[in-house]
Design a protein around this ligand. Structure first.
Ligand SMILES: Nc1ncnc2c1ncn2[C@@H]1O[C@H](COP(=O)(O)OP(=O)(O)O)[C@@H](O)[C@H]1O
Ligand SMILES: [Mg+2]
Length: 420
């Protein structure tokens, strides 16, 4: 009983080399198996290949001595063979292949549960206030009439890319939209609110917003000292949707106040007001927009003064990168906004000009961004004047530097030949 153990121990160093050496190929894997030979100090080497189905056949089978084995091991390492003790490699592969089907089942089960939950919550409140409106593929619960509900923009286009964002809003996630100026961050939230009838407050961090405006402050009125809620506690108490625009410009004290509220059902502590606790109304939603955060950091030089946001803060949000509409989508928006006069052919050219200007902005050839708003305004004035160049004056050129105006003029001429 003790003898074989001793032999194993003595041979330990050599036995380390026993096992399966594999290297992946395009269609499966190649392997060498090293086992103990039938004579002392010899090793058996088998070579084979597995295809995608895992079926392997041995095509080489030989006996070598220890020195020969060492040479082989060196060669295999150069060729990319690596030892995978036991059948761990096959287990890894099985797990890899099994992941997606299993995830699809898990995801379907979660969706079904959500649908049941929503159906039952609609059943319990049968007073009409629980109606929903469908936006893209998502049923969004409706709010109540309020003066702060934004007007519906009928030309607004809900891209299928937005479905996940709308779903997050329904689930009461904190959503941050990042992207270039004029890409449509603010209007996406506003148009979801407009369609579903939710009041919206906007607070822009790039400018005069102080912690007092945001959180609240004490004031004296008629000899009495009064607390005035800032936008954050107001929105939380009244169940408004709050958009913190350009959050990458916010003061640290504002970010500190926000952090607590970012937790699901997170409460706000009004330290200045004797530690009063503000609990969020169920309809309260919190959004942020930013130009140069996270995946947009590469464009920080275009947005002077923007602060980096740390990952711990970003991890409290779902952060979506919003790109400009595609030329096809923007053509659609132009046609719908300026119907019935704007034709598809005219719109397609204008959308292509906007795309070229944005590419120039991303390359830093242009200092000014080209928003969908600017494009729509230019197109409208162009229809009125019948003259793209004259319309570009007040809609574009007067808003940018002379160098930018010259470059944009060049892009426009590239797409539009002068009238004959
Ligand atoms: N999906 C869209 N459909 C129609 N118009 C859009 C869309 N996205 C943006 N726009 C237009 O572009 C303008 C600028 O968008 P905005 O939301 O203000 O951009 P951002 O907040 O990213 O700077 C909006 O006022 C709207 O007219
Ligand atoms: Mg905005």
């Amino acid at each position: 009983m003790s003898a074989p153990e001793q032999i194993d121990h003595e041979d330990g160093n050599k036995d380390e080399n026993l096992g399966l050496y594999r290297r992946a190929t395009q269609t499966g894997a190649q392997w060498w198996r090293v086992s103990v030979g039938d004579r002392p100090e010899t090793y058996r080497l088998e070579h084979g290949a597995d295809d995608e189905n895992g079926a392997g056949t041995v095509d080489i089978d030989l006996i070598v001595d220890a020195e020969n084995l060492r040479a082989k091991l060196k060669k295999w390492r150069r060729e990319g063979f690596a030892i995978d003790g036991s059948d761990a490699g096959q287990d890894d592969e099985r797990t890899r292949v099994a992941f997606m089907p299993e995830l699809q089942r898990a995801s379907a089960s979660m969706l079904a549960q959500k649908q049941r939950e929503r159906a039952s919550s609609n059943d319990t409140v049968r007073d009409g206030s629980s109606s929903t409106v469908r936006i893209g593929t998502v049923d969004v619960p409706c709010g109540i009439p309020h003066p702060l509900v934004p007007p519906i923009n009928h030309a607004y286009l809900f891209s299928p890319r937005f479905n996940d964002i709308v779903e997050d809003i329904v689930e009461n996630r904190r959503v941050m939209l990042i992207g270039h100026t004029g890409a449509g961050k603010t209007s996406l939230i506003e148009q979801v609110a407009a369609r579903s009838g939710h009041p919206v407050l906007r607070s822009n961090m790039n400018g005069q917003t102080t912690a007092g405006d945001f959180v609240g402050f004490w004031t004296v009125k008629g000899g009495e000292t009064l607390w005035v809620d800032g936008v954050l506690p107001s929105a939380m108490r009244e169940g408004l949707w709050l958009i913190v625009d350009e959050i990458d410009f916010a003061e640290p004290s504002i970010l500190a106040a926000l952090t607590a509220v970012l937790e699901p059902h997170g409460r706000l502590l009004l330290k200045e007001k004797g530690n009063e606790i503000v609990a969020p109304h169920p309809a309260f939603r919190l959004f942020a927009t930013a130009n140069a955060v996270g995946a947009m950091s590469q464009f920080r030089h275009l947005y002077q003064g923007a602060n980096l946001m740390n990952e711990a803060f970003l991890d409290r949000w779902r952060v979506y990168l919003l790109d400009y509409l595609t030329p096809a989508e923007e053509t659609d928006v132009l046609v719908r906004t300026l119907a019935p006069h704007m034709t598809r052919a005219l719109a397609a050219t204008l959308a292509a000009i906007a795309a070229d200007c944005r590419a120039a902005f991303a390359r830093e050839d242009l200092a000014s961004a080209f928003s969908t708003r600017r494009l729509l305004d230019w197109a409208e004035l162009m229809l009125r004047t019948g003259d793209p160049e004259r319309a570009a004056g007040p809609a574009i050129y007067a808003k940018v530097s002379p160098e930018d105006a010259a470059l944009i003029r060049g892009i426009i001429r590239h797409h539009i030949a002068p009238a004959g």
